[in-house]
Write a protein that binds this ligand. Structure first.
Ligand code: G4P
Length: 531
């Protein structure tokens, strides 16, 4: 018997991530969206200067210090009948793995681009990760109130660099001090805005191009330019094709200024019309539809010590099907189908936590985790067990030998390194037959070393010594029962073990990998851990 209320709730869910280069305006846009949903009362008050108040979605110490978003947080709000879940992502390429995991938990992504800078170096990798996932990507080109690049050039850059077609939904009129608003290509009307210091109400005047009133409203030159641009666009740009959007091949593009509320609400409305309710997911027992009666979820993020006062570990799950109710019994598939009740299920809004009684497919819940879950685990209704497709781990590209300064702190050192590794922020290895006095840490981006060091010091009270190692490539040895010490390896190749006991090799160059394969017949190396 289908539960209509449940289906209705699921269909009104929209779950997406926002990605951007640091400073492109992701936080500001997020705040404006929350403001429309009434989730916060006055955007702008949440984020003042970097030195005093901080945005609701930025909470970790190091994020404040560096002004970057290191970890993802989740926000939920209501807008015109939709229940919207926004997942924030780190804006730095060194955390692209975290972004990738977050993207596994959403149904679409919004990419924020600074109109003066276009696609930026650091974010190329993040955006590519997004394209790799084939999820629908919506683009918000921000800061039109500042001097901006030519909008046609911006679109060409997105298309060329990211390999995704674009379809502008609106078109900017002027930029910088001369920014007058946007032309909405669907209603074929000009919407002119007045900045109003971040308040919700926006003054807008609507008129079609060609209307003489536009000469005075946006200026003759802007009016002329707009008419030319529109003619060009109508003739040359890609048609809005929702099927291509759904496959991640075509990105609808919106222009605006988050800070001044130019084009934010039209963006939200347009986006909500085009993005889909929760999508089906692939499992080892076939496709799982979100509206199935069976509850299921998967773990995409683990974070310890989010709030120092709580000293706990939270596991974030994306609900993929059915309804979750507090105190319901669930089965942890990767934990040998162990039955359990999820402890203190909660929704997180930056530092605020709220215990929830129910959640539906599309929602993200955080649960208190005594250390039993791993990234990619499936949780579902007992008796209906299956596994969702796994989340791949990125191969680390930077390595360092890490020791604790103070030998009295061994216990904390082991605890900290292990917990942070379980979160997936770092990978830890050790030399064969060595203890835990020192470990070899591998990361995807160098900044993760800083985060690791900072967290070891602030959360575990351990000062560490970090000695950089020259390795750049990692390979697991797939041959069963092989003794790696008997392998013929170049002198700068290192044998290490992961914490499951699997052997790996660290190489300084691709040349050395080839050498190992040539000199050791039958040797099987893989870039990913298959166990
Ligand atoms: P991020 O999360 O992507 O890193 O960017 P964030 O929203 O923090 O925005 C970065 C800066 O850009 C902020 O300045 C913000 O006010 C500004 N900004 C965002 N949207 C717009 C826009 O549409 N127009 C203009 N002109 N500026 C915008 P800030 O952090 O306040 O810097 P500061 O002034 O405090 O040093």
């Amino acid at each position: 018997m289908p539960d209509n209320k449940m289906i209705e709730e699921i269909n009104r869910r929209r779950t997406f991530a926002i990605i951007s280069h640091p400073d492109a305006g992701k936080t500001t846009l997020t705040e404006k969206l929350l403001l429309y949903g009434g989730a916060i009362t006055l955007a702008g008050s949440v984020k003042g200067k970097k030195t005093d108040r901080h945005a609701v979605s930025d909470w970790m110490e190091i994020e404040k210090q560096r002004g970057i978003s290191v970890t993802s947080s989740v926000m939920q709000f209501e807008y015109e009948g939709c229940c919207i879940n926004i997942l924030d992502t780190p804006g730095h390429q060194d955390f692209s793995e975290d972004t990738y995991r977050t993207l596994m938990a959403v149904d679409s992504a919004v990419m924020v681009i600074d109109a003066a800078k276009g696609v930026e170096n650091q974010t190329r990798k993040l955006f590519k990760v997004c394209v790799m996932r084939h999820i629908p990507i919506f683009t918000f080109i921000n800061k039109l109130d500042r001097d901006s690049r030519n909008p046609f050039d911006l679109l060409t850059q997105i298309e060329d660099e990211l390999g995704i077609a674009t379809c502008p939904m609106n078109w900017p009129i002027g930029n910088g001090v001369d920014f007058k608003g946007v032309y909405d290509r669907n209603s074929r009307k000009v919407i002119s805005y007045t900045a109003n210091g971040g308040q919700r109400e926006v003054e807008s005047v609507e008129a079609e191009p060609g209307d003489p009133c536009l000469d005075s409203l946006i200026g003759e030159a802007n009016h002329r330019q707009l008419s030319e641009d529109i003619e060009l666009l109508d003739g040359a740009s890609d048609e809005l094709d929702l099927e291509r959007v759904a496959k991640g091949e075509l990105s609808p593009v919106f222009f605006g200024s988050a800070l001044n509320n130019f084009g934010v609400e039209p963006f939200l409305e347009g986006f909500l019309k085009m993005t889909s309710p929760p999508l089906p997911r692939v499992s080892d027992k076939g496709i799982i539809e979100p509206t199935e009666d069976v509850f299921s979820a998967f773990v995409f993020k683990i974070q310890a010590n989010m709030n120092k006062a709580h000293r706990d570990r939270l596991t974030f799950m994306r609900v993929c099907s059915g309804k979750f109710t507090r105190d319901m019994e669930v089965s942890h598939v990767q934990g040998g189908n162990k039955k359990m009740r999820l402890s203190q299920p909660q929704q997180i809004m930056a530092q605020e936590r709220e215990i929830i009684n129910e959640a539906y497919a599309g929602d993200i819940i955080g649960v208190f985790d005594p250390g039993i879950f791993s990234i990619g685990d499936t949780i579902c209704t007992p008796g209906h067990e299956f596994k969702f497709e796994g989340i791949p781990t990125f191969a680390p590209e930077h390595f360092a030998r890490i020791r604790h300064k103070d030998t009295m702190k061994r216990k904390q050192f082991v605890k900290g390194a292990t917990q942070i590794a379980q979160e997936g922020a770092i990978q830890i290895f050790r030399e064969p037959d060595s203890g835990m006095e020192e470990v070899i840490v591998g990361v995807v981006g160098m900044l993760q070393f800083d985060v690791f060091e900072h967290r070891m010091s602030t959360e575990y009270n351990v000062e560490i010594i970090n000695e950089g190692l020259p390795y750049q490539y990692i390979r697991w040895i797939d041959n069963e029962g092989i003794d790696p010490k008997k392998l013929n390896l170049s002198s700068d190749t290192k044998i290490v073990q992961d914490f499951k006991g699997n052997y790996l090799l660290l190489f300084t160059s691709e040349w050395n990998i080839r050498w190992a394969l040539e000199k050791n017949e039958g040797l099987l190396l893989s870039e990913f851990n298959k166990n």
